[in-house]
Design a protein around this ligand. Structure first.
Ligand SMILES: Nc1ncnc2c1ncn2[C@@H]1O[C@H](COP(=O)(O)OP(=O)(O)OP(=O)(O)O)[C@@H](O)[C@H]1O
Length: 895
């Protein structure tokens, strides 16, 4: 007995005297499940039709933690016993915030809460003021939420949460500890009296129905499970386990033959859960409420000196909502993929009480006393948790108490860990007694409620931990991708890697991922007729319309993307299709030189670096490779076009289409030697063409029409041709942008340059020296002129090779005997030079292949990351990148 008294003293800070006698409740009728079966009656539950509004329409902002204070009215028996109304002043506010003030030792204490519910308020008004519906919506959206009622015994917690009527519960008769165990009359309870739990169940199923109606998964989209437990004497009992009778539980509570359910810690979800708890799946609100009523009938209720039907245990009704998100399967059906689990916990706490006031003094060893001690003990821990959290969240704790929150000191607080200071929405009902005799307890309740109001929860959607892990890994992978792309100077992953990634996603989810951004290549490939019309060349229009379409397809602004397009179309460098190099500024002297058409174009192909910025190391490596690739592709096409033996894997249908447009078309019959002669070279190929060529012979028209075939064709030939057109278009557009005086200047300079280039080398030398001597500003120009002349000579030399070959072909076709004799010899010498040229290209190709090998290595690393998402790979990538960076730095320093 002494031990019990000591426990009571520790367990309740409200206990003023530990000299209380233990209550004797042995005489009480404990009842059985059958005895407490709900009455037959007609408490019809009106389940509303599914709301047509979507969850997002219903989504309202609601505080993460809300504290609502509810004051119950004076009951008839209290009035008859002379209890006066409490001196509290209540201001219900405008429905949002309310205040309450209470006098203590002549001093007025004021409190503000999210809602203050006056004694006159109905259950519906209490529901509306506390905004539980908004919180239920949050649950349907994937958040956890908890609603609990706290307060002294008999203050209306069960009335607020359940609202059901109990036997002897009409408030007319004073409570008596010797009264029989009260039975719940759930079905005869009028609907308007229903409390928070039945209303929340109905509201939640409204949302569930709405989700099911909208979701293609139908009933599979949302599953609701109900569990209902009580914590009685610090033991957990399943109220929905039909095999356990009330008497068994009460015996277990005394520690005789039943020890309750075990509580376990879920390390992954980081919360406590009750092992082997019944979780009943419910399809409707009615079904869920049937379970609830059955559980209520099983909970410990007893008549005490303060309350006719006093809850002797804490009850937790948990509605678990499993929301599935569907994805389209390969056959078009929707399959569940991701799950979001949210819980709505509805808690009716047992009331704190003074043992002296409530326990029958006649009985020394009492069940009631034991219950009271345990209830007080767990409520005491709850208050400590609230105090610790409020200090933590207000930042008022001293350094000695670094935020320890004693959740684990009771089963109740362990199970409510996530609700108090966690990621859940929380609504606390602080229930107050109506009479002035209980103002002390009321003040204590208000103080704890006020502390609870300062708790800061951080609600978050509860994605399944595995899904969350996947999301985190995906986010890390994304970051790794971005890092790689940034470090390697790419604008996107290489196309083949992206394609592999898309395939992986397609296999895993059945969905094809959306491209991140429109592919510039596609844009570039689309002919832009509008822009093109502005730079159309009238004389070409006269000759052939098909030429017009193709040659005017690209405006100057499209130059860079179009270049990518031509490479992409060849298929060789398609993986860099997104990687459009920055447009390097083209020096003015180059623009002037551009006007010379093929000379400049070929020099760009041969020299490769013509469009690079001054410091090529500023460019990402892929851009340099693209430039090299352009060189390789163009010259390879020229060689193939020249000797007429295509090296392409697939044999083309039309040989002419394989020839680059930069060379005059070779008529197949002409090669046989017995057909029509080759047409003369187009004017653009005659670098120092005689003026007598002004009037073109008729065969030129034919040549143009053959040429127009190339323009309409696809493949390297068309690409190279487009390149030529582009240069001219670019030059013209560039000229159009210039002011008139500048244009005149440029044209004059161009004329001068033309004259200079056409003059003999000795004269060029003299002119350059003279210009330098006369004008210091001209030094640069003269240097440039010299360089241009040199370049011109080199080009001329190279072109000679081709011209010679063509001339030989022409002569052989014309049947000149001496040419025929020397033909093989000449061809051998030309062939040798082409061979040299080709070996240069092979070298270039080898460099490119090395680069491709390096890329493949990178691809392997990225693939490894994609496959496992592991830490090791990430580190490996980082190390490799570090090495790359160092080597790049070294190369920069060297350069
Ligand atoms: N708002 C109210 N309007 C009318 N009657 C009320 C109201 N609140 C409580 N009551 C009545 O007060 C009595 C005690 O209420 P209730 O059983 O809900 O208290 P409790 O706080 O749950 O007590 P305990 O902690 O002992 O279980 C009941 O008879 C109940 O009908």
């Amino acid at each position: 007995m002494k031990e019990l008294v000591q426990t009571a003293a520790i367990g309740s800070e409200a206990v003023k005297s530990c000299e209380a006698q233990a209550a004797d409740a042995e005489s009480e009728d404990l009842g059985t499940v059958d005895a407490t079966e709900v009455e037959g009656g007609a408490a019809e539950l009106s389940v509303r039709e599914p709301s047509p509004a979507s969850l997002h329409e219903l989504d309202q902002s609601v505080p993460a933690v809300q504290v609502c204070v509810r004051l119950r009215p004076l009951l008839p028996w209290e009035r008859s016993e002379g209890y006066g109304p409490s001196a509290m002043e209540i201001n219900q506010g405008d429905g949002k915030d309310g205040s309450i003030s209470l006098k203590e030792d002549g001093r007025s204490r004021h409190f503000r809460f999210n809602a203050v519910i006056s004694p006159e308020c109905t259950q519906q008004e209490a529901w509306d003021l506390s905004r539980i519906e908004a919180v239920v919506n949050k649950v349907a959206m994937g958040f956890h939420a908890t609603v609990f009622a706290y307060g002294q015994t008999g203050t209306g917690k069960t009335h607020t949460m359940e609202g059901y009527s109990y036997e002897h519960h009409n408030g007319s008769a004073a409570p008596s500890v010797s009264a029989a165990r009260p039975r719940v009359k759930a079905k005869s309870t009028p609907p308007e009296q229903l409390g928070v739990v039945p209303r929340a169940v109905m509201a939640l199923f409204d949302r569930v129905e709405a989700i099911r109606a909208r979701d293609s998964l139908g009933a599979q989209a949302c599953v609701v499970r109900v569990s209902f437990l009580q914590i009685y004497n610090e033991k957990i009992f399943d109220l929905l386990n039909p095999s356990l009778s009330v008497s068994q539980r009460e015996a277990g509570g005394r520690g005789e033959d039943f020890s309750g359910l075990r509580m376990r810690w879920d390390a992954l979800k980081r919360h406590f859960f009750v092992e082997n708890l019944f979780q009943n799946e419910c399809n409707s609100a009615e079904e869920a409420l049937q379970y609830y009523q059955a559980g209520i009938a099983n909970k410990h209720v007893a008549s005490t000196a303060m309350n006719v039907a006093s809850s002797r245990s804490h009850t937790l009704m948990v509605l678990t909502l499993l929301k599935r998100e569907g994805t389209a399967g390969p056959d078009g059906s929707t399959e569940p993929s991701r799950e979001v689990v949210s819980q709505l916990s509805l808690v009716d706490l047992a009331g704190s009480e003074r043992t002296l006031a409530t326990v029958n003094t006649s009985s020394k060893s009492s069940t009631r006393f034991q219950e009271t001690v345990n209830v007080n003990q767990s409520l005491f821990v709850l208050r400590r948790v609230i105090t610790a959290l409020s200090k933590r969240d207000k930042g008022t704790e001293t350094s000695g108490q670094v935020g320890h929150v004693p959740y684990r000191e009771s089963k109740l607080t362990s199970l409510l860990q996530n609700s108090l200071g966690g990621s859940s929405y929380l609504i606390m009902f602080a229930c107050l007694a109506a009479s002035d005799k209980h103002d002390d307890e009321n003040l204590s309740t208000l103080q704890y409620a006020s502390q609870a109001a300062s708790i800061k929860n951080q609600p978050q959607v509860n994605v399944d931990p595995k899904d969350r892990l996947i999301q985190q890994l995906e986010a890390r992978l994304g970051a790794a991708h971005q890092y790689l792309i940034r470090t390697l100077g790419l604008h996107d992953l290489p196309e083949d890697l992206l394609e592999e990634e898309r395939q992986a996603v397609l296999t895993a989810t059945g969905r094809r991922p959306r491209p991140k951004r429109p592919t510039p290549r596609k844009e570039a490939l689309r002919p832009q007729v509008d822009k093109a019309e502005k730079v159309e060349k009238p004389e070409r229009v006269e000759k052939t319309t098909s030429t017009t379409t193709t040659s005017t397809s690209w405006s100057a602004g499209d130059c860079e993307p179009r270049r990518e397009a031509s490479l992409g179309a060849s298929g060789r460098y398609a993986s860099f299709s997104n990687a459009v190099p920055p447009a390097a500024p083209v020096p003015s002297h180059r623009r002037i030189a551009d006007h010379y058409g093929p000379a400049k174009t070929l020099s760009r192909f041969v020299q490769g670096a013509a469009h690079k910025s001054p410091r090529s190391s500023d460019w990402p490596f892929f851009a340099r490779r693209t430039e090299g690739g352009e060189l390789f592709a163009a010259v390879d096409a020229m060689i193939r076009g020249y000797d007429g033996t295509p090296r392409a894997k697939s044999k083309p249908k039309d040989r002419r289409k394989q020839r680059p447009a930069s060379l005059p078309p070779v008529v197949p019959e002409a090669l046989g030697g017995d057909a029509a002669p080759l047409p003369p070279l187009p004017r653009k190929f005659r670098m120092q063409a005689p003026a007598a060529e002004e009037k073109e012979p008729e065969s030129v028209v034919e040549a143009h029409s053959v040429e127009s075939d190339f323009r309409n064709s696809e493949g390297p030939a068309a690409e190279v041709h487009s390149e030529l057109d582009k240069d001219k278009v670019e030059t013209m557009a560039c000229y159009e942008e210039l002011p008139k005086y500048r244009l005149e200047e440029l044209l004059a300079a161009e004329q001068k340059l033309q004259e200079f280039l056409e003059s003999p080398p000795e004269q060029q030398q003299t002119e350059a020296e003279a210009a330098t001597a006369l004008d210091p500003v001209a030094i640069e120009t003269s240097e440039e002129l010299k360089r241009l002349a040199c370049e011109n000579a080199q080009l001329q030399q190279r072109l000679e090779v081709f011209y010679q070959a063509m001339e030989l072909e022409e002569k052989a076709a014309a049947g000149e005997p001496e040419v025929a004799t020397n033909r093989n010899q000449d061809l051998a010498s030309v062939g040798k030079r082409i061979e040299q040229f080709h070996s240069q290209l092979v070298l270039e190709a080898a460099t490119l292949r090395n680069e491709v090998a390096r890329l493949k290595k990178k691809k392997w690393v990225i693939q490894a990351v994609l496959d496992t998402g592991g830490e090791i790979e990430r580190r490996a990538i980082q190390e490799e990148l570090e090495l790359l960076r160092l080597s790049k730095k070294g190369a920069d320093i060297e350069s």
